[in-house]
Write a protein that binds this ligand. Structure first.
Ligand SMILES: NC(=O)c1ccc[n+]([C@@H]2O[C@H](COP(=O)([O-])OP(=O)(O)OC[C@H]3O[C@@H](n4cnc5c(N)ncnc54)[C@H](OP(=O)(O)O)[C@@H]3O)[C@@H](O)[C@H]2O)c1
Length: 315
């Protein structure tokens, strides 16, 4: 397949962060994109070139409407960690895919996947969705490609990290200092998804996607320092501290779901879980993510400064 083939792409979660980055990239390249949204129109972000259909993954008929006439689909599971609900969403997606003319589905698992089963919903609900999609699409015309990203750089361009980074040069994150992590930007995620929609010979495969190279905490801080033009120090944050903070925004259940990834990394069972794959995915999908410094330099960090302009260090 090639990117020049016209696609009509159904993107699950295009009003969200991950799906939004993908939908914007695909629509910007001229591909008709549609998505489902439960929100009233006024609460949706601007998505030029994206047809937003009122609907819910929890209703089979809505997922049918989403896939009707689409040639490709991109699936990201929302912030839901109840196994039954995730399974139902995946079943609806698989059934609609079987009964439509979809040629390929790219499933963004939104996390790396430990080699063995864990007790953590963050991993197991995403593994479950992948199994349901894989089994549901077996022997039908639609191919499945699975992408497993590590953590997103964009998590750091946030009210939690932005002010400390800009004003104090502190990068606090709930990952061990010495874990190599292939931090990925949402724009490079979108590039990976677009490539996975069209690359030849990758149907049925899974890729541990990630940034240009793995970085320890200190190396990430150095890369931020170069991008921000100031000294930056990495401070590992306890996953329980992270979970408590997140619970104030997302509520305890979702925060516990999200934090599962970080509790797992703190246990060091698979210290290389978030590392790069040695260049395998970029070769297979013929795409190249940007270095961290480039991403840092592109963000409007000043947005987060809580100090008057003349006293903040230059960023
Ligand atoms: N690896 C990482 O670093 C990382 C970072 C961030 C998030 N994540 C994970 O990725 C997942 C999604 O995160 P996100 O940041 O992209 O989420 P988000 O920005 O909150 O977006 C969620 C999207 O899903 C849609 N959605 C939710 N429930 C739906 C339903 N029942 N039917 C149809 N659409 C539905 C929402 O649409 P409407 O609201 O318009 O209906 C929205 O577009 C979460 O599991 C999160 O933990 C991973």
């Amino acid at each position: 397949m090639s990117d020049h083939i016209p696609m009509r792409v159904a993107v699950v979660g295009a009003t969200g962060h991950q799906g939004g980055a993908t939908a914007r990239l695909l629509a910007g390249r001229g591909h008709p994109v549609r998505t489902l949204s439960r929100r009233p129109g006024a609460d949706r972000p601007a998505l030029p070139g994206v047809l937003v259909i009122d609907g819910d993954l929890g209703r089979q008929e809505d997922v049918h409407r989403l896939f009707d006439g689409a040639t490709h689909a991109v699936v990201t599971m929302p912030l839901v960690y109840e196994a039954e609900k995730v399974m139902r969403y995946a079943q609806h997606l698989a059934k609609a895919a079987r009964e439509s003319r979809l040629r390929r589905i790219v499933y963004n698992a939104n996390t790396r996947m430990p080699s063995g089963t864990t007790r953590l919903a963050a991993f197991e609900t995403r593994r479950l969705a992948e199994t349901v999609l894989r089994e549901g699409l077996a022997d039908c015309g639609a191919e499945l490609v699975v992408l497993r990203p590590p953590v997103y750089l964009d998590n750091l361009f946030s009210p939690w990290n932005g002010p400390a980074l800009v004003d104090d040069g502190v990068l606090a994150y709930p990952l061990p200092e010495d874990s190599p992590v292939a931090w990925l930007s949402l724009s490079d995620l979108a590039g990976a998804v677009a490539a996975a929609l069209t690359a030849e010979g990758v149907g049925g495969r899974s890729f541990d996607i990630g940034g240009a190279r793995s970085l320890t905490g200190a190396e990430l801080a150095e890369a931020f320092g170069r991008g921000l033009g100031r000294t930056v120090e990495y401070r590992p944050l306890g996953p329980e501290v992270f979970e408590r903070t997140l619970a104030r925004i997302l509520g305890p259940a979702s925060a516990h779901g999200v934090a599962g990834v970080y509790h797992f990394m703190a246990g060091r069972t698979e210290p290389l879980l978030m590392a790069d794959d040695g260049g395998e995915w970029t070769k297979a999908l013929d795409t190249a993510p940007a270095p961290v410094e480039e991403w840092v330099a592109r963000q409007p960090w000043r947005t987060w400064s809580e100090r008057p302009a003349q006293t903040a260090e230059p960023a």
